[in-house]
Ligand binder design. Structure first.
Ligand SMILES: Nc1nc2c(ncn2[C@@H]2O[C@H](COP(=O)(O)OP(=O)(O)OP(=O)(O)O)[C@@H](O)[C@H]2O)c(=O)[nH]1
Ligand SMILES: [Mg+2]
Length: 425
């Protein structure tokens, strides 16, 4: 199975800061606090989008950032919520945490969503901190940072198109020319032993997956040649390209090849024989190919089958054939997908860490803990009022006492998260 892979980085938006602001009205000397709240940051969401078939686009763009929340303002105006960043991925994409390797979700159904990074909460404006005893708080909260992580995406490809034909017809040569796949090519039959997939990209919107099949011969349905084990691989394709060696390099007749292989397919599976099909007449660069071409074309015209003369070696006619494949796939419409309703998943939240204190050296202490780190992140350290409140909160949470217990003395350095403070008992 061909696996398409990509690694991306996602970062959610930060929360906006709350405002520390006071009402100003004519003839009212000292208005109360009216600072609005900061908006929440946007999240990054993966969305299974059926118009995508590969992860190729992530080679061009691999960092996705959601919008941050707006800051609050006076007159209790709240900041606006940051917009989410929606990242379309092809259905069937499996998402892993790139660091731990843990599987986060399997987005199989179109419309499935996975919230991969949650936006930071906005900070509260000073209106939220007014109390009976403290009516004019001069501080507001800062917004929290958004989550971020690295993800590995994996897509197990299913081919849209299967290329069939006798051994040596030039199937692998064709696929190596139109995709990045590098199948083995050689002038002896049965060079290709396993189906190989390649991705064909026409432009930003149009791309499809093509499967190089091992050569088929008469009697394949009964086990001749490489037999029929791999025929089931083409059963999931939507379109077949039947490649005929029009130069008859192996001394067979091109028309007989076409008829023989069609009969072979029908013997294996009627439905497969009736699958939409394009015919490519390959090796037109050879003199024998040129000679046989008019006769073969006449045969197909008579049966109202459109044929594409190509040379997989020189590239003549290849663009026309690829264009015709893409057009035919568009006409056929998207592949049917499984019937369950789309779902929304969410990556697990980071585990809440309890309060812990470490002595890092002479007069230096580290404080860790989810609650206390969030509290410091929310604090505007340039506001004295805010620092005062921080001190009170640290006391209420028992951090000051615990530092004292760990041997901290006035003037020692304390790191809470990555913010440096001075210890004041
Ligand atoms: N002159 C010429 N030779 C070609 C062309 N296409 C393929 N060949 C040659 O034909 C031989 C077989 O090509 P492959 O691409 O391996 O054929 P295949 O259909 O994949 O063969 P199997 O894997 O064995 O079924 C190689 O020697 C190619 O170089 C063509 O357009 N013109
Ligand atoms: Mg081959």
């Amino acid at each position: 199975m061909f696996v398409d892979e990509a690694e991306i980085e996602v970062r959610a938006g930060d929360g906006g800061d709350g405002a520390a602001h006071f009402r100003r009205e004519k003839y009212v000397p000292r208005g109360g606090p009216d600072g609005g709240h900061g908006g929440d940051g946007g999240s990054v969401v993966l969305l299974a989008d059926p118009s995508l078939h590969t992860l190729l686009d992530f080679q061009y763009r691999s960092i996705f950032t959601a919008e941050s929340g707006g800051d609050g303002a006076g007159k209790t105006r709240d900041g606006k919520t940051g917009a989410d960043c929606v990242v379309p991925v092809p259905p069937g994409t499996i998402v892993y945490d790139a660091e731990t390797g843990e599987q986060l979700a399997d987005l199989t159904v179109a419309g499935d969503r996975l919230i991969v990074a949650r936006g930071g909460e906005g900070g509260r404006g000073n209106t939220a901190f007014a109390t009976a005893s403290h009516q004019a708080p001069h501080f507001a909260e800062q917004g929290l940072s958004g989550e971020g992580c690295r993800l590995r995406l994996e897509l197990r490809l299913i081919a849209d198109v299967g290329v069939i034909g006798f051994p040596n017809a030039g199937k692998s040569t064709f696929i190596s020319r139109v995709s990045a796949a590098q199948p083995k090519i050689a002038s002896y039959p049965f060079t290709t032993l396993q189906p190989q997939l390649g991705v064909v990209r026409l432009d930003a919107e149009r791309q499809f997956v093509i499967a190089d099949m091992p050569g088929l011969i008469e009697g394949a349905h009964a086990g001749a040649g490489l037999g029929d084990q791999f025929l089931r691989h083409i059963q999931r394709t939507r379109l077949l390209v039947h490649m005929v060696d029009v130069a008859a390099v192996d001394q067979r007749d091109p028309v007989e090849d076409y008829e023989g292989l069609s009969a072979e397919l029908a013997a294996y599976d009627q439905e497969l024989a009736a699958r939409p099909q394009l015919v490519a007449l390959n090796k037109t660069d050879l003199p024998d190919g040129q000679q046989n071409l008019p006769r073969c074309q006449a045969y197909f015209v008579q049966r109202q089958i459109v044929v594409y003369p190509v040379s997989a070696v020189t590239g003549a006619g290849v663009r026309e054939l690829v264009g015709a494949i893409a057009t035919r796939l568009e006409e056929l419409g998207p592949r049917e997908v499984s019937g369950r309703e789309p779902q929304t998943y969410e990556v697990p939240r980071a585990e809440e860490q309890p309060l812990r204190i470490f002595r890092a050296g002479e007069g230096v202490f580290l404080v860790r803990g989810s609650d206390v780190e969030r509290l410091v992140q929310r604090t505007n350290l340039s506001s004295e009022d805010a620092l005062m409140r921080l001190h009170m909160e640290l006391q209420r949470m028992g951090v000051i006492q615990a530092l004292g217990g760990a041997g901290a003395e006035a003037g020692d350095t304390v790191f809470i998260g990555d913010i440096e403070l001075e210890y004041l008992p």
